[in-house]
Ligand binder design. Structure first.
Ligand code: SAM
Length: 316
């Protein structure tokens, strides 16, 4: 389905839970998570994804909160895999629950993994995440390759004075393996104010002039891709604050409580809950179409806007 600006919506980001194992200061605020009982059930997640597939969505990202906290994660992936229109299923995870799981995730039908890792120093990693284990993330990455994932994307939110001294180490991870390190600009979401510490994509490029820009892999890709000459992997810049990519935006988000957001950087939400009470999917599809039709042309971040909810609540 096209929105009123001619953008074709093909990509659903589906939050499975607001709960998370970690407490990254820039991601989770003091506001607390939505109670587990208000999370969409496996059946509701399937109905919603089927409805999106009917209007042209072909890619789904499972996210949260921490999606791997869902005990029914594997059946949820298998359910979505069985929808004929869905060509790609990806998941963003903090990696804490990944050891021992990659083979099962692949077998259930997961195509790709994004793993968040903001520091390669164990103590700093634990400090940023409120107690997370870097070792588990690194083991998870190794096991993902061993299980047959052909590439792994690593998400790094760069904050000045926190992890901006590690950019070279992150880039070195791309030397021998098909790892895509994606440096993400901090966005003002919820009461996590770190705007002063944001490191922009331009600053990163200034620091690493050796990076060579390469063609995007697909239209609507949020990252601008770069590569170190001779390296196997890639470096991506996701810089929505300094380098807007809304004109090519192809995505919408459904939060774990059944609220639909057509734009991360605007507060408008549409509830799918009432439509889910209907026995057929007509009302559900109608509500989704209504939300897509009203998708704003751009995010509102550069007008001083702060999203009411944190990324962990909206779904990263
Ligand atoms: N728990 C999973 C994880 O850690 O990857 C998935 C959810 S997390 C919200 C998804 C991504 O959003 C993470 O890579 C996180 O670093 C990023 N993120 C969270 N808050 C952000 C913010 N304010 N600005 C930019 N990225 C943010």
């Amino acid at each position: 389905m096209n929105d009123r600006f001619g953008r074709t919506i093909t990509y659903l980001r589906l939050s499975l839970t607001e709960r998370c194992t970690l407490k990254c200061t820039y991601c989770r605020a003091a506001e607390g998570d939505c109670p587990k009982k208000s999370e969409l059930t496996r059946e509701e997640l399937l109905r919603i994804t089927r409805a999106f597939a009917k209007i042209g969505v072909n890619k789904v990202r499972l996210t949260g909160g921490e999606p791997m906290l869902r005990r029914d994660l594997l059946p949820i992936i298998s359910d979505i895999r069985a929808i004929p229109q869905i060509q790609e299923i990806t998941m963003t995870t903090n990696g804490q629950h990944l050891p021992g799981m990659s083979t099962a995730l692949k077998a259930a039908g997961l195509d790709r993994l994004n793993i968040s890792v903001d520091s390669l120093k164990p103590e700093k990693f634990a400090k940023i995440t409120g107690g997370g284990s870097l070792e588990r993330v690194l083991t998870g990455i190794d096991e993902a390759f061993a299980a047959g994932f052909s590439s792994v994307k690593l998400n790094v939110v760069l904050l000045r004075g926190v992890n901006d001294d590690e950019t070279e180490d992150f880039i070195e991870l791309t030397k021998d393996r098909n790892i895509q390190v994606r440096f993400i600009e901090y966005m003002p979401l919820g009461d996590t104010d770190r705007a002063e510490d944001r490191v922009t994509g331009a600053e990163l490029l200034q620091k690493h002039p050796e990076l060579v820009e390469i063609a995007p892999s697909y239209k609507g890709q949020p990252a601008r891709d770069y590569q170190m000459p001779g390296y196997v992997g890639k470096v991506g810049l996701i810089d929505p604050m300094s380098h807007r990519f809304c004109a090519d935006c192809n995505r919408v988000r459904v939060m774990s409580d059944g609220m639909l957001r057509s734009c991360l950087g605007c507060n408008e939400e549409f509830s799918l809950k009432e439509a889910l009470e209907q026995p057929d999917d007509d009302a559900l599809i109608e509500q989704i179409q209504k939300a897509i039709a009203q998708k704003p042309s751009t995010h509102c971040f550069d007008t001083g806007f702060t999203a009411e909810k944190t990324m962990s609540r909206i779904g990263g």
